[in-house]
Write a protein of this length. Structure first.
Length: 240
């Protein structure tokens, strides 16, 4: 029972974060679920839960989604995955994680200190963000930061940024679930904890949505960058 309460509480907190920002479920869920579940259970469980939120947010913000941008990011991401897998085989994971962590911390620190004005990006940078997302996803399993930074730096409304992110993560998440199901990772144990977690998931989405209504476009961008800074710091802490 204590284990179940802990798992449900983790899902509630992670769902609140993703309901607020459109991303970040794994930032909380994956490291904490690892204390109670085997990684072969926690990873597919996390993906199943996160995709439900992304699909819901995509539907609720469907009028604000930049479809062209989202599909361009996805296509470029798929192209970058093989390079990421190759890099994982050729470069030590620790060194790769340290390098990515430093880049994330330095870049977000620059954004907070210098505070450059948001500006629109062309197709080339859209492709670059998606490609980097695929490379990081294929190598380290953390493909979100390049896409999150890409949306946070543009002069978009929070609805457009959140909706586009949610749609991108919904599409990529469905692809991951299909691959996991094909490989037999969606087990009875995963589905058991999935059923137990659904009420907490729905509560977290609701509470995160309420908090989202209270933040401004600028506040949303700052929150997104802060979460990328936190993820980069965590990567450095684990590998130093």
């Amino acid at each position: 029972m204590p284990e179940t309460i802990a798992i449900v509480s983790i899902v509630l907190a992670a769902a609140f974060l993703q309901g607020l920002t459109g991303f970040g479920f794994g930032l909380i869920a994956l490291p904490l679920l690892g204390f109670f579940l085997d990684i072969k259970t926690s990873v597919p469980l996390m993906v199943l839960l996160a995709v439900i939120i992304s699909i819901y947010l995509s539907f609720s913000l469907r009028k604000s989604i930049d479809l062209k941008c989202a599909f361009t990011l996805l296509a470029a991401s798929l192209a970058g995955i093989p390079l990421g897998v190759y890099a994982l085989k050729q470069i030590p994971t620790r060194g790769l994680s340290l390098c990515v962590g430093v880049i994330m911390v330095v870049f977000t620190s620059y954004q907070f200190l210098v505070r450059p004005e948001p500006r629109s990006f062309g197709k080339r940078l859209t492709v670059l963000a998606g490609f980097c997302s695929g490379v990081l996803g294929g190598s380290l399993g953390v493909g979100g930061p390049p896409v999150i930074i890409y949306t946070a730096l543009q002069p978009w409304t929070k609805d457009r940024a959140k909706g586009t992110l949610a749609f991108f993560f919904a599409l990529s998440g469905v692809a991951v679930i299909a691959a996991q199901a094909w490989s037999g990772m969606i087990t009875d144990e995963v589905l058991h904890f999935y059923g137990l977690s659904l009420p907490a998931l729905l509560a977290g989405i609701f509470l995160g949505g309420k908090a989202y209504d209270r933040i401004s476009d600028h506040g949303y961008r700052q929150l997104a960058l802060a979460l990328v800074f936190l993820l980069g710091s965590m990567m450095l802490y684990r590998n130093i």
